[in-house]
Design a protein around this ligand. Structure first.
Ligand SMILES: C[S@@+](CC[C@H](N)C(=O)[O-])C[C@H]1O[C@@H](n2cnc3c(N)ncnc32)[C@H](O)[C@@H]1O
Length: 264
């Protein structure tokens, strides 16, 4: 990404904190579904996970809890978000870094067994995809898994027509063909591709690309329960200054109380 575009993108996501804190407090069903899909498909013996575009770090934290023997790294272009993630969520097997994944400096010494992108792939400019795929190629271990959750073109089209204010600085369409091309670029196979319905029919899809798909008996590896709502409330009350905490906005508080007894 050119420096000018990077600055626009970074500034936009630095201003995204309140939205992501609200998502965490209220249990945004898009993020819950994506975390559960990934927990279900990442192999239990996975030793390292890279959560790209980790935002506030909620997904990164849940992966670090669920795969407690893995080391988990969350990266994000926004220093504000990476800093807030480290402030809210710490665990011995969890770390965060500020990184633009389209830049040349996006590289680590060790490859990862699982790389996750929750609502991030659509924010990589199409012009950067070849470059980004080359980074992913190097960063994925020989038996690595890449897991993606992203809006469908149906949802993107709806946003463009009815709620353009919901679009982010880079917001591309991502299709089944794009996932097949990505699998090819990584010497992998697209082993899962499914549309899911979060708020509207077929508004998101989940995809899994694997370098060495395994065929084996499923042994009770099921998604774990996410951090319960009351703990999420406790965490933001303990670690955020009151004036920055969206729980004190009337609408958020009302919604929180209304959904308090839901499991998510
Ligand atoms: C829609 S948010 C999703 C955040 C989080 N994964 C979630 O689902 O709540 C997109 C995230 O991708 C990050 N992002 C966008 N472009 C990026 C880039 N080039 N490099 C690293 N992170 C990027 C943003 O800062 C933001 O946190």
């Amino acid at each position: 990404m050119q420096q000018e575009q990077r600055e626009i993108v970074e500034a936009f996501y630095d201003g995204f904190q309140q939205k992501l804190i609200k998502d965490y407090l209220l249990g945004n069903p898009r993020i819950v579904a994506a975390i559960q899909f990934m927990q279900e498909h990442i192999r239990p013996n996975c030793a390292s996970i890279l959560d790209i575009g980790c935002g506030l770090g909620w997904s990164t934290y849940e992966f670090a809890r669920f795969f407690s023997r893995a080391t988990v790294l969350g990266v994000d272009i926004s220093s504000g978000l990476a800093g807030m993630a480290a402030h809210l969520f710490s665990r011995p097997n969890l770390d965060y870094r500020k990184v633009d994944v389209t830049s040349e400096s996006f590289s680590f010494d060790q490859p990862f067994d699982a790389i996750t992108l929750i609502d991030v792939y659509e924010h990589i400019p199409i012009s950067e995809r070849v470059n980004f795929h080359q980074h992913l190629y190097r960063l994925l271990s020989d038996s690595g898994q890449l897991l993606i959750a992203t809006p469908t073109p149906l949802h993107q089209q709806w946003l463009r027509e009815h709620a353009p204010e919901g679009l982010q600085p880079v917001d591309e369409d991502v299709t089944l063909e794009d996932m097949q091309a990505l699998a090819h670029a990584l010497d992998g196979q697209l082993t899962v591709f499914k549309n899911i319905s979060i708020w509207n029919t077929n508004d998101y899809f989940h995809a899994l690309i694997e370098r060495q798909p395994v065929y084996q008996v499923i042994e009770g590896h099921r998604p774990g329960r996410l951090t319960p709502k009351i703990w999420r409330l406790g965490r933001t009350l303990r670690r955020l200054p009151w004036r920055n905490n969206p729980i004190f906005e009337l609408d958020t508080l009302k919604y929180f109380l209304k959904t308090f007894f839901s499991t998510k």
